[in-house]
Design a binder for this molecule. Structure first.
Ligand SMILES: Cc1cc2nc3c(=O)[nH]c(=O)nc-3n(C[C@H](O)[C@H](O)[C@H](O)COP(=O)(O)OP(=O)(O)OC[C@H]3O[C@@H](n4cnc5c(N)ncnc54)[C@H](O)[C@@H]3O)c2cc1C
Length: 277
């Protein structure tokens, strides 16, 4: 598209969340003052994820593999929050703007499934924890809300790394490089993710829904549902080229999908365990 060029279309579909679409892409004269007022009050302040991405020179070995080696064949897991009470307490703190003292969250080691993401023998990992977008306190220190992120990113990445070290001793020594993404980085990277909100806005009773139908999650096929709605409205849903049935393909090919391609031979087999290999 050239600067100043104008493109006309019967329908424009926005992939942005509520506020950037109705306050950024459209003018109040189009949206109306009452709707604009409501959109301005839309809330994006639900707890979000802080994520730490690692390049590793080996596969982390979880201490719990001594009890159940299956964890070494898993590419996803969760940690912390040993009781429901601890989890409830942590989420209460998050809603109040407090970063819980104990880091709880989850990890992915995608290279256990797809080793092509790293050089031979090396791995990638992604570890996340929930944080308030505007943190007011962490471990007895007062914080400046949204403005705290540049100073808080590395200390929190360090706390996440320390937590992984507790569950997988030796993890820290495997780290070649790490990169942290805070809610601030998320918003800078994608202005549609206001306050770093990854699901299109807070899922709170006042909203009935966040701004994505049925909810902002990749597995709920929001883009597909939107495309179907638009195509039905425009009378072009029943076309020859729109026949893809990905679930059918998946079910037909399920048995051929290779598993555990990046899992070390030591763990890759029913009988393998640290004691037997
Ligand atoms: C850390 C993290 C973890 C997540 N984990 C999960 C999970 O486990 N399961 C799950 O289902 N979902 C998860 N999500 C949520 C999921 O990623 C989102 O729901 C999904 O990516 C939304 O897709 P989208 O295409 O609707 O919007 P987006 O991916 O937000 O795409 C919007 C695009 O518009 C661009 N853009 C923004 N402003 C403008 C503008 N003014 N003009 C032009 N372009 C613009 C942006 O750069 C972006 O490319 C996670 C998200 C994050 C951040």
């Amino acid at each position: 598209m050239l600067p100043g060029e104008e493109i006309g279309a019967r329908v424009v579909v926005s992939n942005l969340t509520l506020a950037p679409t109705f306050l950024g892409l459209l003018d109040e004269s189009v949206v109306g003052s009452e709707r604009t007022r409501l959109v301005k009050r839309f809330n994006y302040d639900d707890p979000q994820l802080l994520s730490v991405m690692y390049a590793l020179k080996g596969d982390p070995e979880f201490a719990s593999a001594a009890h159940d080696p299956a964890i070494q064949r898993s590419w996803v897991g969760y940690f912390g929050g040993e009781t429901l009470g601890e989890m409830r307490n942590a989420f209460g703190e998050l809603t109040a703007g407090i970063v819980p003292d104990e880091v709880m969250g989850g990890w992915f080691i995608p290279t256990r499934a797809d080793p092509s993401q790293a050089p031979p023998g090396c791995h990638t990992a992604y570890v996340w924890t929930s944080v308030p977008p505007c943190p007011r306190r962490w471990r007895a220190s007062s914080l400046d809300g949204w403005d705290a992120w540049p100073g808080l990113a590395e200390p929190l990445a360090e706390a996440v790394t320390e937590r992984m070290e507790q569950y997988a001793p030796g993890f820290r020594d495997l780290v070649v490089e790490r990169h942290v993404m805070t809610p601030l980085n998320q918003e800078m990277n994608n202005p549609s993710a206001v306050r770093g909100n990854m699901i299109g806005g807070s899922a709170i009773p006042e909203h009935l829904s966040n701004s994505i139908h049925p909810y902002g999650a990749t597995h709920l096929a929001s883009g597909y549902l939107a495309a179907v709605e638009v195509a039905e409205d425009l009378g072009c849903r029943d076309v020859t080229w729109w026949r893809a049935k990905p679930l059918d393909w998946f079910l037909e090919n399920l048995g051929c999908i290779p598993l555990n391609l990046g899992v070390d031979a030591r763990w890759n087999g029913n009988a393998s365990s640290p004691e037997t290999t």
